[in-house]
Ligand binder design. Structure first.
Ligand code: SF4
Length: 300
């Protein structure tokens, strides 16, 4: 990630001192005035990563033929295909091989790990699962348990009573209804206890390489809103919005990339905007540093 960390410096024009975030989260001198910091940074030649990316002002120029007035970007369309394509291009530069961070060797192991990852971290789940799958090596072994028997093994992932119920219930259903094999269809996966679209999308995309939807976890939820790819807060509605604007061939990779971005840069409480390759495309109201307008309502 050293490359990302250095981007803030790369953006700085000679003679311009690196700026610190204002306490308000709004950077002074970013909005108006000839030669202000935004004016100097929002040129194609200054685009991070050397791409020919346009800034929000450029999108506006395309739509109106002249730069937008300060404070409001006229004609700006956050889901314009060119803008979305530029976001995807930069995510590819940042995370070309992004994949699921949950350790697994089968669809069943991935399903269990995903259920356990709710309200927990992947690191925490990865600490628990190797021993768990040594102790219970097959889906049949899990199906033979009661939830209470599994609880001590998954306790450290939090919400262990519900998770135990879900894992044992899913195992029993997979054995009784699907011949011991995790189904590879959304409708069937959704019949398993504890499995909603997020978990089903993880298993379908990561294991079966089937893009039936887009994984919307807490990172995807927050960052999609910050990037104005959706204004929704309900995960299912966010997924529907994303499925409309993200090309189908990118559905699986996009969610992995955004999840990594959420872990490394666009963190919930204090996003590292000065280090972010998407910075001049992002108008989130809760940015900690900005060279472009910040839009009310675009928040994580
Ligand atoms: S600029 Fe800031 S808020 Fe926007 S995507 Fe990057 S880290 Fe997140």
């Amino acid at each position: 990630m050293a490359g990302i960390a250095s981007l803030g410096k790369d953006l700085m024009t000679r003679g311009v001192m690196p700026r610190q975030p204002a306490r308000s989260g709004l950077q002074d001198k970013v909005r108006t005035g000839r030669g202000d910091i935004r004016g100097r940074l929002s040129t194609k030649s200054k685009t991070p990563g050397g791409s020919a990316a346009s800034t929000a002002q450029d999108w506006s120029k395309k739509a109106t033929g002249k730069p937008a007035a300060s404070g409001k970007i006229k004609g700006y369309n956050p889901i314009a295909p060119e803008r979305v394509a530029e976001i995807l291009k930069r995510l590819d530069q940042l995370y070309p091989d992004a994949t699921c961070a949950l350790t697994h060797k089968s669809a069943w192991e991935l399903l269990v790990a995903t259920i356990l990852s709710a309200q927990s971290t992947d690191v925490n789940v990865n600490r628990v699962t190797p021993e768990l799958f040594r102790k219970y090596p097959t889906v049949e072994a899990f199906a033979a348990l009661t939830p209470e028997q599994l609880e001590p093994d998954v306790r450290s992932t939090g919400f262990f009573r519900n998770k135990s119920k879900s894992v044992v219930g899913a195992a029993k259903k997979i054995v009784s209804d699907f011949g011991g094999h995790v189904p590879d269809e959304m409708d069937k996966l959704l019949t398993l206890p504890g499995v909603a679209r997020k978990t089903a999308n993880v298993v379908l995309g990561t294991w079966f390489k089937k893009a039936e939807g887009i994984v919307v976890d807490t990172h995807v939820q927050r960052i999609s809103r910050r990037l104005e790819l959706t204004t929704q807060s309900d995960p299912q509605k966010i997924e529907q919005d994303l499925m409309r604007v993200i090309p189908h061939g990118k559905w699986i990779l996009f969610s992995h990339q955004i999840i990594w971005h959420g872990r490394k840069i666009c963190i919930a409480r204090k996003p590292k905007c000065a280090d972010c390759l998407l910075e001049n495309l992002c108008h989130a109201a809760d940015k900690t540093w900005s060279t472009v307008e910040m839009h009310k309502g675009a928040e994580g």
